[in-house]
Structures are given as structure tokens and as C-alpha cells.
Design a protein around this ligand. Sequence first.
Ligand code: FEO
Length: 401
Amino acid sequence: MQSPYKAIKVTEDVWWVGAIDWNIRDFHGYQTKRGSTYNAYLVMADKVTLIDTVKAPFREEMLARIADVIDPGRIDYIVSNHSEMDHSGCLPEVIAAVKPEKVFASQAGAKALREIFPSESLEIAAVRDGETLSLGNRSLVFMETRMLHWPDSMFAYLKEEELLFSQDAFGMHYASLERFDDQLDPAILEYEAATYYANIILPYSPLVLKLLEKVAAAKLSCKIVAPDHGPIWRRDIGGIVGRYGKWASQKPTAKAVVVYATMWHSTEKMARAVSEGLAAGGLQVRFMSMGEVHRSEVVYELLGAGALAVGSPTLNNNLLPHMADVLTYIKGLKPRNLVGAAFGSYGWSGEAVGQIEAILAEMKVESAGEGIRVKNVPDAGTLEKCYGLGITMAEQVKARL
Ligand code: FEO
């Protein structure tokens, strides 16, 4: 029987030959509810070129899709735009199977691949920012995109097809057999692209803004943007590029995220009162219990938020573990332009609120006022204070809009 894995035509000379990971639900801490794809592309130029490879367990799927177009042994070049293992995990085996004439990566990429595969003696040719690689009747122009997503990352622009291979940028974790944006529900694309941005790209937002300027200055005309995850953009390129600009700017809007953990519902009562105050002050509120929602959802909601209220009771002189988890995660993703405050109940020692305030300060969140702590159960006066804190936060956010 022939392999069921087929290549999908992107343009006359470019094929998608990647792999679909239907079942992945955790991508280093990011909950991927719709699975993912690892995209690889075959450019059928005079020099047949494979752009990126796939995560190691998916090597055979990728090779089968390539074989649907051409004998894999006829590949001349492999370009590694990004060395993270979801795109390079099977690179040594693919090199051994294909025996390409050359393998290309950025300077940092060549170094990283040698470090990732120290026993493989990989021969990688390093390309420079702006360098053009002739494929005979086609040409690839490389553009360094450091830290998007790793120091090695680069774009490759197939000039004659006006096609940008953008590795992680403009991607999303969304497994589908439909490979193009115009074949999928735009609302899901917007949600998954935003979730991906918040969970992967957010810390590099200042670099995204610089990159968008660089791409605009280069006046690259793009008919297709082909990322390494999720669908290929051919209908709404302006939309996804525009959204990257908006997300990267991190301009606050009239939106607040209230995130809390609770033991016996005392901190939850405080969270409800803070939320009522925020809403009365004119903000849209996202109310998120860490017992019920995933950290990925919290950072998705932080895109465009102006306020972050955090509540935790004290357990054994510390935050509840759920809260420590999400705060560690949020801190690493470096959201900016937030007003914040802490609250929480305690039984006898009550360190959690101070610990939250210290973390918010490290995150450069502007304090809206002293945190609110309550012993055991909040009374009416405490809930009124929480409501007032919500009002104060809303006023501070609105003053920044
Ligand atoms: Fe999809 Fe940064 O790897």
C-alpha cells in the first residue's frame, strides 16, 4: 500500500511536507488544546531545497510526504530556519537519509545545531543576514530574526514566489488537514494565533516591533507567509501582521484580569468583590480561578489587559502552588503596561500577599495600592475595601488609555 501521507501544494513549486501532531496538549507548559503541526516545505527549484524538518517522532511522516513529490535523495539543500527541536529533532537522520549537498542555517543556528547534536559532526554552512542563496531558477533571501523565537531564528524569503518562510513567527498550534487560512474558521485562527503569541512570542515584543519595521523598510512583497506551525497565510497576511503589531505594542485597554487561587473560598470572595469594583469602574473583567483554568488562558487574557489583580491565601508560609505556578509563568512572558494589586486570606501567618506584591514589582507592574490581607474569612468591611481596590485600579487604567 502507498503511504497515506501526501504533500500539499502551496504554489506551483512549493509543497508542504510537514507533520500533524493531533494529540499534543502540552508544549513546554503551554496547553495546546487543538494539537499542532510541524511544517516543513519542499521547494522544487533547480536545487531542490527542504525548508526546516520536524520533531523527531514525525520523521517518517515528513519523508513520506516528500516522497509523494520526489525521491528524498534528490534534495540538494536543507535550510534550518530555527534550531529548536520541534524543527530540527530529526535533522541528523534526515541528513543521513538524504545526503544533501549542503545544509544552511544562520550563524547562531549553525552553532546551536552543533551544540544540540554534539556527536553528529554536522556540517552546516552559516548564512548572513541579507544573504541570497541561489537555487538556480529561484533564490532565497535570509533575514535574521534573533530571539523570534531563539537567538538562531531566521526567515527565508523565496523571492520569485513572494513567499516568506517565517518559522515560529505568525504560527499557531492548530492541527488540521486544511493547510491554508482561507480553509479554516477565522475566529479560531484569531484565538489560536493570539494564544500562541501570548504564550511564545510575548517576551520578545520589542523585537517584533523592530522586525516589523525592518520588513516594512525592506518593502518585501508577500503573497504567502508559511510558518512552522499551523496554517499557511495566503488570504489574510495583512491581518496577522497587523495583529502582531497590535499585540507587540502591548497598549493597555479597558480590560482587567483577576486571577486567584483559593482554599476555603475566602480569597474567592475577595476576588469577586475586586471584580465588581473593576466592572463598576468601567473595565471588562476576566475572572480566573487557578483551580479551574490553565495558565495559558491567563496569559491569553493578559493580551491587551490594563490591570492584573492577583489573590492567594497563605499555605505553609507561601502562595498556593497553583498561584506560584501561574505567576512564574506570567513573569517569564514579561507582560507590560499593567496596573496591579494583591489580596488574600490567611489563617495565622499571611505571607502570600507580600510575596505576590514582590513578584508583581519584579514584573514591573505598577502598584495600584497596598494589598489587602484578611484573617480567615472576609467580613463586609474587607469586601468593601476589595471593591474599592477594584475601583482604584479601574481609575488608574483609564487614566492611561
Ligand atoms: Fe516551533 Fe521555537 O520552535
